[in-house]
Structures are given as structure tokens and as C-alpha cells.
Design a protein around this ligand. Structure first.
Ligand code: NAI
Length: 328
């Protein structure tokens, strides 16, 4: 199938070209992200392939439909960037990669915890400059601490498994009844906020989770709590998190996702004036660690993403029903 890739990065092209040898699709790569203005680039293609910050809103979907495209493959798990009601009304097929490597994301969440706690990023820079002082590098033992997991799906479970290995007490909130390993205690959101030393967010972004972390929920948390978000930026109300950092309520914040990330992430803005006051404020805190949506970025995950996406295109071409469809 002739497929237009939006928001293409060098690693997308590398892994998709490698895996596509087995599928023989015609892949057309664009650096531009998908929106109502850029949709026209896909003219002549059978499908578009998009990522987390592309916009498949109503206006974009209508433009795609106008040029005869009704197939979208998402090379990611989350699908909050697609207007599902419009997609359904316009008869689109929308397929995603529901699971590629939960461990890739879970391990990155753990990397954020360890870096924030043991300050290895600061130690690395100090030693390179000949500063061997340990002043202000004190961390805390993870062993024995309570770690709260919000969203106990594939990634949340992988994360809890690792933290259990560290000797942490793992508690979790998920609105759905789950059969979970004995070392995870299911609790209410309120109990999780109240008792956790570290909270890690692994739920999808939807109406029930948007700004789940807000002024009120932050107040319910332990003083000095560590908050980690590798899910979606808008689960945290950024302004409330900034206030909580200022008062010390939030002791550490590690984020791989950010509410306004579509204007920033996946670009080199090192020679630009950063057009976002909130991220600049976040960057100014010594106890905040930001990575630019890289939790998925392992070679295992990229290979799996390419393979499932190309399989999804194959199923669309053959008119087969797919378990990876997001439209029920
Ligand atoms: P999943 O669908 O396996 O699990 C999500 C879990 O969240 C489910 O058990 C669901 O019941 C639960 N959930 C739903 N609403 C909730 C709520 N209000 N409160 C608490 N839990 C709730 O999804 P998976 O694969 O574990 O991915 C989770 C999220 O991680 C994705 O939706 C995506 O946003 C994000 N993600 C981030 C990546 C990154 O590179 N930073 C890469 C891949 C996913």
C-alpha cells in the first residue's frame, strides 16, 4: 500500500525501511506533522501513518477523506490524537500498535526515578569538570518505599514488576477489575495519593484522566513525593505541578511527556527562543527531569512498532478485521 508517513524521524525511516523488506509497501516519508493544512501531502496514497503529536481532528479527517484516504495507521499505542467520532462517521479504518514493548516505557520510568533520586546526571557533569565533591548528591533508598502505579495495564504491570524487584511496596489504582500478581495491592486513587513515596502514571489520556494530577490531588499526596509521568502530558495540570514544586509539596518531577509537547518535542530548538513559558519554568527547577517523549525509543520497540504497523496495513489491504482497530 502506498502510505504517507507524517512526523518522520531518521529512526522511523531506518526501522520501517528494514522491516518493509518483508512487506513491500510503498512508503513516502514527510517530516511535517499531519494537520488540516498538511493532509494534502498524502494525495495519491492509500493510507497515512501518524505518531503521537499528529492531529487527526475533524478538519484533518475531512481533508483526508476529500483526497480519498480512509485508512490511518498509528505507529504508537495511544490514540487520543484521533477524533474517533468523526473517523467513524467518515468510515475510516484506524489501527494502532497496542503493545510493542511495555518494558521499554517501564524501564524509562525507572531511569527517571533513579536519575532524580541518585542525581547521576549531576554527578556525571561534576566529575567531567573535575569536581569530585558529593555535596548535595544525597538520595534515598528505594527499598522499602511505597510506589503507587496509576493505570495497571501492560506498562503499569511491567513497571510494578521492576519496582517490586527493588524491594518496594507496590500499590496501584485502575478503575477496571484486574487479576494482578500478589505483590500488587489495588487501592483507591485517594489511598494511592496519600500513601505513595513515588507515583508513576501509566493510564491513557481520556476524559477521566485529563488533569487527574491537579491542585487538589497534589494536596492529597505526601510532602516531597516523587511524581513520574511517561503516559501523556495532559494527565498532569502543568501549572498546578509548578506551584507544588515551588512549595516543596512535589519533591521531584520526572516527565517524558508534556501538556504542550507538540510545539517542542522531536525538534532541535537549541538555537531558538523556546516558545513556552511553562516548560522553561519546569527546566529551571533542580529537582525536575524532562525527557522529550523517548520512553519508547529502544531498538526492540522500534522494530516491533514497524512490524505491527506494516501488518496493520496488510490487514487493511486484505479487508481483514483487526484486533488492533481502535474503532469498535
Ligand atoms: P494499557 O491499555 O495496557 O493500560 C492502561 C491502563 O490504564 C488500563 O489498565 C486501564 O484500565 C487504565 N486506566 C484507564 N483509565 C484510568 C484511570 N482513570 N485511572 C487509572 N487507570 C486507568 O496501556 P499501556 O500500553 O500500558 O500504555 C499506557 C499509556 O502509556 C498509553 O495510553 C500511552 O499514553 C502511554 N505511552 C507512552 C509512551 C512513551 O513513549 N512515553 C509509549 C507508549 C505508551
Amino acid at each position: 500500500m502506498k502510505t504517507a508517513f507524517f512526523s518522520t524521524q531518521s529512526y522511523d525511516k531506518y526501522y520501517f525501511d528494514q522491516v518493509n523488506v518483508n512487506y513491500q509497501n510503498e512508503l513516502v516519508y514527510f517530516e511535517a506533522s499531519l494537520n488540516a493544512q498538511t493532509a494534502v501531502l498524502a494525495e495519491g496514497c492509500d493510507a497515512v501513518c501518524i505518531f503521537v503529536n499528529d492531529k487527526a481532528d475533524a478538519a484533518t479527517l475531512e481533508k483526508l477523506a476529500e483526497i480519498g484516504i480512509r485508512n490511518i495507521v498509528l505507529r504508537c499505542a495511544g490514540f487520543n490524537q484521533v477524533d474517533l467520532l468523526t473517523a467513524k462517521a467518515l468510515n475510516f479504518k484506524v489501527l494502532r500498535v497496542p503493545a510493542y514493548s511495555p518494558e521499554a516505557v517501564a524501564e524509562h520510568a525507572v531511569a527517571l526515578i533513579l536519575t532524580l533520586n541518585r542525581k547521576t546526571h549531576k554527578a556525571y557533569n561534576r566529575v567531567r569538570e573535575g569536581n569530585f565533591s558529593l555535596d548535595r548528591l544525597t538520595g534515598f533508598n528505594l527499598h522499602g518505599k511505597t510506589v503507587g502505579v496509576i493505570g495497571l495495564g501492560k506498562i503499569g504491570l511491567a513497571f510494578a514488576r521492576i519496582m517490586h524487584g527493588f524491594g518496594c511496596k507496590t500499590i496501584a489504582y485502575d478503575p477496571f477489575e484486574l487479576d494482578v500478581p500478589a505483590y500488587i495491592q489495588l487501592v483507591s486513587n485517594e489511598e494511592l495519593f496519600k500513601n505513595s513515596d513515588v507515583i508513576s502514571i501509566h493510564c491513557p489520556l481520556n476524559e477521566s484522566t485529563q488533569h487527574l494530577i491537579n491542585e487538589n490531588s497534589l494536596q492529597e499526596m505526601k510532602d516531597g513525593v516523587m511524581l513520574i509521568n511517561t503516559s501523556r502530558g495532559a494527565v498532569i495540570h502543568t501549572a498546578a505541578a509548578i506551584e507544588a514544586l515551588k512549595t516543596g509539596k512535589l519533591g521531584y518531577l520526572g516527565i517524558d511527556v508534556y501538556e504542550q509537547e507538540e510545539k517542542l518535542f522531536f525538534r532541535d530548538l537549541s538555537e531558538s527562543v523556546i516558545p513556552d513559558e511553562q516548560i522553561l519554568r519546569l527546566m529551571s527547577f533542580p529537582n525536575v527531569l524532562i525527557t522529550a517523549h523517548q520512553a519508547f525509543l529502544t531498538l526492540e520497540a522500534l522494530t516491533e512498532i514497524a512490524d505491527t504497523t506494516l501488518k496493520n496495513l496488510q490487514q487493511i489491504e486484505k479487508g481483514q478485521a483487526s484486533l488492533n482497530s481502535v474503532l469498535k
